[in-house]
Ligand binder design. Structure first.
Ligand code: NAP
Ligand code: COA
Length: 276
């Protein structure tokens, strides 16, 4: 099976020249690479998450690597004041907002028994409320630019993945928002889609959930790479997807459809009493 390739190998340069992207979670992992691909294709980007130092370092590295412009704004997606501030800074600095990626998320493996009230609430607040907050703060600017949104979801809830009810419930609700917003914002020229990654190598998500995933249970026989998600991002934001809204694009090598994936046999039989 051939590996993922660079987005530049597939899409024309500068297709997003003059466009502005705001990305939550853009300082690391999958969303950092989504951002980098957009910048490599001409967009300017603002990345947002809690850790100011991490963000500023990532913004600097991405700018140098791409020759483009990436700016960092720190804040918490759970706080409407912070997300309003990020949108305000973006629009003051660049005059517009075309694309929004809702990628900030928190996750860990936890059995129902170990999942506290606050643990469930925390993940729902970061993933689901964070996605709502950011889109709410950005929506009028997206209408003005006839822009587009990508929500980063997952496939956990397709099969009731064990020890993932908190993330699965949040991502299921984000899939629902994707459809609600696609219908309500479509007449304003705003497209809203989601990308559901499978297991993506060398990410925090994989580190936390990793032991459950085996390459040979993925039909395409390899782990996903950040480039796989970046390519889908560039496509969904491009004119090539101008008639696509309200979809969840699953980018997982077919993984979720294999009943032996993810692989938790001993854990399912004997629910663990552990915290990762
Ligand atoms: P990651 O690098 O940990 O990305 C998550 C980002 O969210 C971090 O940059 C983090 O930055 C930010 N964040 C967390 N809580 C936040 C908050 N309250 N406010 C603002 N920012 C916050 O993990 P990843 O594995 O690349 O995951 C990226 C996305 O892909 C997530 O939506 C995840 O659910 C999804 N996904 C990943 C996989 C996978 O295999 N990795 C599979 C399916 C779906 P700070 O710590 O600086 O806040
Ligand atoms: N298992 C069970 N419960 C856990 C847990 C684990 N591994 N990690 C945290 N929790 C619980 C905490 O115990 C706490 O509940 P309590 O008050 O009842 O004790 C609750 O979750 C909130 O934890 P806290 O550390 O205060 O939350 P936070 O907002 O600082 O951090 C997390 C959020 C826990 C999601 C943290 O892992 C994080 O910031 N993650 C971002 C990166 C990430 O997860 N990336 C992967 C994306 S797929």
């Amino acid at each position: 099976m051939s590996p993922a390739v660079e987005t530049t190998a597939i899409f024309k340069d500068n297709i997003f020249a003059g466009k502005i992207l705001l990305c939550s979670g853009g300082g690391s992992g999958i969303c950092r690479n989504m951002t980098e691909a957009m910048v490599r294709h001409g967009a300017k980007a603002v990345i947002f998450s809690r850790s100011k130092d991490k963000l500023e370092k990532a913004a600097k590295e991405m700018s140098i690597k791409t020759g483009g412009e990436v700016f960092a704004v720190a804040g918490d997606v759970r706080n409407p004041v912070d997300v309003e501030n990020a949108v305000k800074i973006t629009v003051e600095k660049y005059g517009r907002l075309d694309f929004l990626i809702n990628g900030a998320a928190g996750n860990f493996l936890s059995s129902f028994g170990n999942l506290s009230y606050n643990a469930f609430k925390t993940v729902i607040e970061i993933d689901l409320l964070g996605t709502f907050n950011f889109t709410k703060a950005a929506v009028e600017h997206l209408k003005a630019s006839k822009g587009a949104v990508i929500n980063v979801t997952a496939t956990l809830h397709y099969t009731g993945t064990p020890f993932q009810q908190h993330a699965g419930a949040a991502k299921a609700a984000i899939d629902a928002l994707t459809k609600h917003w696609a219908v309500e914002l479509g007449p304003h020229g705003v497209r809203v889609n989601a990308i559901a990654p499978g297991p993506i190598a060398s990410t925090v998500g994989m580190e936390k959930l990793g032991p459950a995933f085996e390459t040979n249970s993925v039909p395409l026989q390899r782990m996903g790479e950040v480039q796989d998600i970046a390519q889908s991002t560039v496509f969904l934001f491009s004119e090539g997807a101008s008639y696509i809204t309200g979809i969840v694009l699953v980018v997982d090598g077919g993984a979720w459809m294999n009943p032996s994936f993810p692989h938790y046999p001993e854990i399912v039989l004997t629910p663990p009493d552990f915290k990762l």
